[in-house]
Design a protein around this ligand. Structure first.
Ligand code: SF4
Length: 478
């Protein structure tokens, strides 16, 4: 699951329905307008940039206003029931626009499209085209089919597709931070998760194309990249042997991190999501060795109890997870750690719930994404286990987890007060245009008075003298 905590919380429903826009080159456009709205995780937002690139190449231009669009796409999420319900509600809002512009093409992309396939056309009469995460190259052809009066579907999953040759069009970008997807799909089969069914088998992208994308971004003024994957720790790329020679040694995630970090010391590198069973000491030592690889890891735990972890098919137990956290604390003492927690999983007892709270006390996460278990059709859990924890118990346990995390988040932020942090200026603070904002190495948001000597994209040293529950506050020190 790609959960990358940035200032805009990912993969939870709080970041949804963002209309994406790019600076358009009028010469290339044949005037058809494209509107894309994305939900869910960063992988989906990154995919929308691939979709925009494919269609801009065909002469489309993007618009922020779906009412003036010729093609309206929703890039959907299927991770929880309410994520899907939100898409259905949104489709209803497009009905009036389509009534005014009957030639408008309405399409659904992403995980919900892949999960429902052609059933989406039966269930949602407004939808003309349904496209899965591995079929975006076919979009121009599918739109043509709809223009000719058909309704179109392509939900073929691929074992090769990584879109490595397509340079994403940066949408809604602050011009400083960007995402680079390094792999697609997931070979883990966590029993509660739809991703392996909606995004297919794991495949890693050619590292040269990833390094090239990082170099291009750096040349274009970006100063931070986040490497994206459902489970970045299982990244592995073996270049095919040439002229009958021996195949090159495979590139693993530690080596890829190093290659991207060597693009330029001024290019910060972040990544997500890690998997406790695969994160190696080699990766941790690589992070420690490069100043520009950020000291922050998103390490989903999901539960603090070994029996529940086994039911979740997470392939590690409580002790293994704690040993990985100990390794992070030993090798990168200043590292920020965040996580994902699911409460009320099938047959979870009160005592097992308390194991999760105890795990949170053990790690003291900087922040966490916390959800009550939502049974997903087609998953192992839905097939094997009864969703037997009453909603009110799930919710009460979630409240306890959220309260615990609120306490820890503040505690962690307070450990960053009274220190100097290297901060990358990302823009003006949402609260005041007199203030700059940016994140420290540990991915915590820092707000400080703007200073005309510095601009967005510069690194500054900020001394923090206080914090709120979510933000560090300070001033620039030279
Ligand atoms: S199957 Fe597991 S590792 Fe893969 S995306 Fe889902 S939760 Fe993450």
């Amino acid at each position: 699951m790609v959960e990358i905590p940035t200032s805009t919380k990912q993969h939870d429903e709080s970041r949804q329905g963002e209309a994406l826009l790019l600076e358009q080159d009028p010469k290339k456009s044949d005037g058809r307008k494209l509107y894309i709205e994305s939900y869910g995780c960063q992988m989906n937002f990154s995919d929308s940039e691939i979709v925009a690139s494919i269609l801009v190449d065909k002469g489309f231009e993007t618009t922020r206003d779906y009412r003036e669009a010729d093609v309206v796409f929703i890039n959907t999420c299927s991770i929880r029931e309410n994520a899907e319900q939100r898409v259905r509600n949104r489709l209803k809002e497009f009905e009036s626009a389509k009534a005014k512009n009957p030639g408008m093409v309405v399409g659904v992309l992403g995980c919900m499209a892949e999960r429902l396939k052609s059933k989406f056309l039966e269930e949602e009469k407004l939808v003309d085209v349904v496209v899965g995460p591995d079929a975006y190259r076919d979009l121009p052809n599918l739109i043509e089919q709809v223009d000719e009066g058909a309704r179109a579907v392509n939900v073929l999953l691929s074992r090769e597709e990584t879109y490595a040759d397509i340079s994403p069009v940066r949408l809604n970008s602050n011009g400083v931070t960007a995402f680079i997807s390094i792999m697609r799909g997931c070979d883990n089969m966590c029993s509660f998760c739809v991703v392996p069914f909606t995004r297919g088998r794991e495949r890693s992208r050619d590292p040269q194309s990833i390094v090239k994308e990082a170099q291009d971004l750096f040349m274009a003024g970006y100063r931070e990249v986040t490497l994206l994957g459902q489970n970045v720790d299982s990244y592995k790329y073996a270049a095919p042997a040439t002229d009958g020679g021996e195949p090159e040694p495979a590139i693993n995630f530690a080596r890829l991190l190093e290659m991207v970090a060597q693009v330029n010391p001024l290019l910060r590198v972040r990544f997500s999501t890690s998997h406790p069973k695969d994160i190696t000491d080699e990766v941790l030592h690589t992070i420690a060795r490069y100043e520009n690889i950020c000291k922050y890891i998103h390490l989903p735990v999901q539960s603090g109890n070994s029996r529940v972890l086994e039911l979740m098919n997470r392939t590690y137990d409580r002790e293994w997870y704690m040993e990985r956290v100990d390794a992070i604390r030993r090798i990168i003492p200043e590292c920020g750690i965040s996580t994902d927690v699911i409460t009320g999983f099938c047959s979870e007892t009160e005592e097992e719930h308390r194991d999760t709270l105890a795990m949170m006390d053990y790690v003291k996460y900087d922040y966490a994404y916390m959800f009550a278990y939502s049974e997903r059709p087609g998953t192992l859990a839905a097939k094997r286990y009864a969703d037997d924890i009453p909603e009110e118990v799930k919710k009460r346990r979630l409240t306890e987890v959220v309260d615990k995390q609120r306490e820890h988040s503040l505690g962690r932020l307070q450990t960053y007060v009274g220190k100097v942090h290297k901060v990358l200026i990302e823009g003006l603070s949402k609260r005041s245009d007199q203030d700059y904002c940016g994140r420290n190495d540990q991915n915590s948001m820092v707000v400080f008075p703007a200073d005309t000597r510095y601009k967005v994209g510069d690194y500054v040293n900020v001394y923090t003298d206080r914090c709120t529950s979510a933000t560090l506050i300070g001033r620039i020190v030279d």
